[in-house]
Write a protein that binds this ligand. Structure first.
Ligand code: NAD
Ligand code: ZN
Length: 258
């Protein structure tokens, strides 16, 4: 059912939330646009400006690694200054109330953790861009360290001093395998929750986009909150095509698990 207006959407969502024992949110870039981080596919989104650099290119070309880091640093001001929005805060309230066991996200911006959800309960399907890892030995590097070495090395992205491996933001690029443990945990949650709420995802990136379907097949209710239509709207119990912050704001401060 597509909610006819905002008021009906919020009322219906409140009913579904209060009627569910466990609610699992699945979030995409749309929850963070009000925080100043553009999404990928909207007009003006990141992909309308830059073709993504696939993993094999990152691995085979020093220039691709340099370019990938230049792009990351060009976004640093936006990522570093972003604060959790109303959507993040609403989910954190439901988490504290015991309704939400964990959040599954495609986002890489660390804003769910910043909103107060324990890092262990943020399931990041596409990793995290606020720090870097050596692809060979897993050593963690801070972005400031990478930047210093790039500046000192004429714009050349540094390799791991410990093992010589390539250093990349802790994100999953196209062509890079998904983190097994995170995918398994996300699937378990989707299959065991009473209500899965997909928030701000165009639901086109697989396998993450399979989660709503998985939840539905396991008997959960499905809500989709997204400005644009998605391929899963037809099977959803409630579709809200409105602004995420506005729709979720009434849940900020929610403290009853009832
Ligand atoms: P997407 O760009 O494909 O879709 C975002 C959706 O959110 C769009 O359909 C858009 O219409 C909707 N939207 C945007 N702002 C909204 C708002 N205020 N209210 C309601 N709807 C809104 O995003 P996705 O499906 O999450 O993208 C896939 C990839 O993009 C992910 O792999 C993720 O890693 C990456 N990404 C992450 C961030 C981030 O961490 N904040 C930002 C950009 C891209
Ligand atoms: Zn290393």
């Amino acid at each position: 059912m597509i909610a006819p207006d905002l008021e009906t959407a919020i009322a219906r969502l409140q009913e579904l939330v209060h009627g569910a024992g466990t609610l699992v949110p699945f979030t995409g870039a749309g929850i963070s646009t009000e925080c100043g981080i553009p999404d990928f596919r909207s007009p003006g989104g990141l992909w309308t400006k830059n073709r993504p650099i696939p993993f094999d290119e990152f691995m085979s070309s020093q220039e691709a690694r340099n370019e990938s880091w230049r792009r990351r640093f060009a976004m640093e001001e936006q990522f570093a200054s972003a604060k959790p929005g109303r959507g993040h805060r609403a989910l954190a309230s439901l988490y504290r109330a015991g309704k939400v066991p964990a959040v599954i996200t495609q986002n890489i911006d660390n804003l769910h953790q910043a909103s107060g959800i324990s890092p262990g309960d943020v399931i990041e399907l596409h990793g995290n861009t606020t720090f870097a890892l050596c692809l060979d030995c897993d050593q963690r590097y801070e972005l400031s360290w990478v930047r210093r070495h790039m500046d000192a090395g004429n714009g050349c992205a540094p390799d791991c001093p410990a093992c010589g491996g390539y250093i990349k933001t802790a994100t999953i690029s196209f062509g890079q395998s998904m983190p097994d443990a995170a995918v398994r945990r996300a699937q378990d949650l989707a299959q065991s929750c009473d209500l899965l709420v997909s928030i701000g995802s165009s639901l086109v990136v697989w396998p993450a986009a399979g989660l709503p379907l998985m939840a539905k097949r396991s008997g959960a209710k499905l809500v989709i909150i997204n400005r644009e239509p998605t391929d899963f709207d037809e099977i959803a119990d409630l579709v809200v095509r409105d602004d995420i912050g506005t729709v979720l704001e009434p849940f900020v401060g929610e403290h009853s698990a009832a």
